[in-house]
Design a protein. Structure first.
Length: 716
């Protein structure tokens, strides 16, 4: 069956109650039940592995906290011990210089028993400060024992040859194999686990080590599930080489020699340009002194008149209730037509009810609170509309309609052509329940949460958003928004902050034809990589980090072609593939080859960045637009104290998608009425220069009434 048909039957089945299913014809009912059973099997298996991943992460964080706490507790003892040794040493040195008895000196300093205690304390402190978090992971043993054996028996786990020893060890934990031996062949010879496997808790540490390595193997793809979407066999997901050659999006040649020749020429030219600029002191906002790169902070370039213009334009905007705003934008764009009935495909006829549901999602109110605040629908009516009309694909279609409509407005042309974009993650707190309960990132405090990773075009349109765990790296998700949306595929330059930068992302964006421009916080510490470092000009010798492994790229070029084509074709989300690459063991050649390509592209980017002040300013402007979105969304999510309280990942995604859609609708309305305000200013003979218009933002909300009762016109 086609994948889209399977997905449609599953979504239908998840919305039927048992009584509704009895009213459906037998064949169709069986088809829905069969699809749901198979799909739920995969989803539950994925959820189990994901939960195990989070529990391993939580155990590691707790072990690290215990290790840090012991070190902090030992600091005072360390200070006292050092002070005592200082006193004893001074007494011994004084006795030695005076040729006095060392026995009497030790007795004066506290005696031999005191010295014996100091030595014992020093040995204990040495062990404490030499310990690593692995010494404390055994505290998570009982947590693992509650579920690990059943999990390993229930999952249909397959393994690559390199992971067979790990799979054999997991069968011992599951109880499907009985042996008195605990094999260690799944550990590397240099692994730190070995030093912890000779104590009283050896069997417990061994089990914890197996489960830690099992998490890593699932991440990298060395172990997979026979029926899974997220943790399936990577070889089955990659498109064949023949199909890869027909992928239209690819910006890479089919032969590695062509790509290598081009990059060698570009690197040689770029290095010469940077060396000349360094020698002449002509690097904009920076310099290379004593083989050290120094970069000045980029200064703001906003005219003073822009602030006055912003205040005047927003003063001219009419005050509006959020309900009227939604009706006005829908009348012009028709985004509610995207929400068709899941079974019949007919657009929703209850327009007001649907807008109530979308507003409840966007404001984070929930349907029960919205039912009490609106004058048109009760909870059961809103629940039925939400169940049968609001789903991820419909949200994406509606967002695309609003973004396309906003980009066509005259005012949007002052901000860009829709060909550059920035992406950034925004943290949202959650409650300690459901699928986000263990997602704690110390950067955002000690409460769990998740991130909405959003792509924003240069015209301020938030054309893509994803709900991602707060604990993961943002970099793999950049390509999802670019490749899996129509607006994203029009992007030529993509900006990101430091969190969105890895060598793998540099490689894939270049091979797909995107210009990736991250703002790297510690850029002076990054090294340049060349094919022939010996030929590097002397001005740049101190910046060279190593040699590009040309042979590795050539050997793995067919697999690189398949991987990039798989992302471009949409057969697998790019983030899923990039996360596997990032988790591969160091010796895996495909991941290393992709890293080498990324080093080439990163070197070219760093040189262009240093010599192009305009590129730096474009990236700064693009990132500022993305960060300004955070303030608008914080103002919109007024319900539930700003917390995302949905228990499931699907519910959390709907909440984030609803918020993003509401933000896009507000931006459309602001863009339209700012254009009207600009026309009025021009008629009054006031300055509306294009260079000033570029600094206007459609992200204001002070003129929008967001709270109170949500009253609508009489239902049609």
């Amino acid at each position: 069956m086609p994948p889209h048909r399977i997905a449609r039957l599953r979504r239908q089945g998840e919305r039927y109650f048992a009584g509704d299913l009895r009213d459906i014809s037998g064949d169709r009912r069986l088809a829905i039940l069969a699809v749901c059973a198979l799909e739920w099997r995969s989803s539950i298996a994925d959820a189990v592995v994901e939960t195990h991943d989070r529990i391993v992460g939580k155990t590691w964080r707790e072990a690290k906290s215990r290790c840090d706490a012991r070190m902090n507790d030992a600091k005072s003892a360390l200070k006292d011990t050092l002070q005592s040794f200082k006193t004893l040493g001074a007494a011994l040195l004084e006795a030695h210089e005076d040729q006095a008895s060392l026995e009497e000196a030790i007795g004066t300093a506290g005696g031999w028993s005191s010295l014996k205690g100091l030595v014992a304390t020093a040995a204990q402190l040495t062990d404490t400060f030499a310990a690593d978090p692995l010494a404390h992971v055994v505290h998570g043993y009982h947590r693992f024992r509650r579920y690990a054996p059943r999990m390993l028996r229930a999952l249909d786990i397959c393994a690559a040859p390199v992971a067979e020893p790990l799979l054999a060890a997991s069968r011992i934990i599951a109880g499907t194999e009985t042996t008195d031996d605990r094999p260690l062949t799944f550990l590397r010879r240099t692994s730190k686990w070995h030093r912890h496997l000779n104590g009283d808790d050896e069997h417990r540490v061994w089990e914890v080590a197996v489960l830690f390595h099992l998490r890593d193997a699932f991440r990298s793809g060395d172990i997979w599930l026979a029926h899974s979407r997220r943790y399936g066999d990577l070889k089955d997901a990659l498109v064949p080489v023949e199909a890869a050659r027909d992928t239209p999006r690819l910006a890479m040649p089919f032969e590695p020699e062509t790509w290598l020749a081009d990059r060698k020429a570009r690197l040689s030219d770029a290095v010469c340009r940077l060396a000349r600029a360094a020698k002449a002191g002509a690097i904009p906002g920076g310099s290379i002194e004593d083989s050290t790169l120094k970069i000045d902070r980029l200064t703001a370039a906003v005219p003073e008149e822009a602030d006055t213009l912003v205040l005047d334009l927003y003063h001219r905007l009419p005050e509006v209730r959020v309900t009227d705003l939604l009706l006005e934008v829908d009348a012009e764009v028709g985004f509610t037509e995207a929400f068709t009935h899941l079974r019949t495909g007919v657009p929703c006829k209850d327009r007001i009810g649907l807008l109530n549901v979308l507003l409840a999602e966007g404001l984070n109110l929930g349907l029960s609170k919205m039912a009490g605040a609106t004058n048109t629908h009760d909870f059961f009516q809103l629940s039925r509309l939400s169940r049968w009309h609001v789903e991820s694909d419909a949200m994406a279609r509606a967002l695309a309609m609003v973004i396309e409509g906003q980009s066509a407005l005259p005012m949007a042309r002052f901000w860009g052509a829709g060909q550059t974009a920035s992406s950034d993650g925004q943290f949202f707190p959650t409650t300690r329940q459901g699928e986000a309960m263990n997602l704690i990132n110390a950067k955002y405090g000690h409460e769990p949460g998740l991130k909405a990773y959003t792509h924003v075009s240069d015209q301020f349109g938030p054309f893509a958003t994803q709900t991602i765990p707060a604990t993961v790296n943002e970099a793999p998700y950049i390509l999802d928004g670019l490749l899996m949306t129509g607006a994203g595929q029009k992007i030529r330059e993509q900006y990101a902050d430091t969190g969105g930068f890895t060598d793998h992302v540099f490689a894939v964006t270049a091979l797909l034809g995107f210009q990736f421009i991250p703002r790297i916080r510690d850029l002076p510490s990054k090294r340049l990589y060349l094919f022939d470092p010996a030929a590097c000009p002397k001005e740049l010798k101190g910046l060279i980090g190593g040699t590009i492994k040309e042979r590795l790229i050539m050997t793995n070029w067919p697999d690189i072609l398949r991987s990039v084509a798989t992302m471009a074709s949409g057969a697998m989300p790019p983030s899923q593939l990039l996360r596997k690459f990032a988790s591969y063991p160091r010796q895996h050649e495909l991941a290393v080859a992709l890293r080498e390509i990324g080093r080439v592209e990163r070197t070219l980017f760093i040189i262009d960045w240093l010599l192009d002040a305009d590129m730096q300013r474009r990236a700064q402007i693009g990132l500022n637009k993305g960060e300004a979105h955070h303030a608008l969304k914080n103002a919109l999510r007024i319900g539930r104290q700003g917390e995302i309280r949905d228990r499931t990942s699907e519910g959390q995604h709907f909440r984030m998608a609803g918020l993003n859609l509401l933000a896009a609708i507000v931006i459309y309305w602001n863009t339209k009425h700012l254009g009207v305000a600009v026309s009025n200013r021009r008629r009054e003979g006031l300055d509306c220069s294009p260079h000033l218009m570029a600094h206007i933002s459609p992200l204001g909300w002070a003129h929008i009434l967001l709270t109170g009762e949500y009253r609508w016109p009489k239902r049609a």
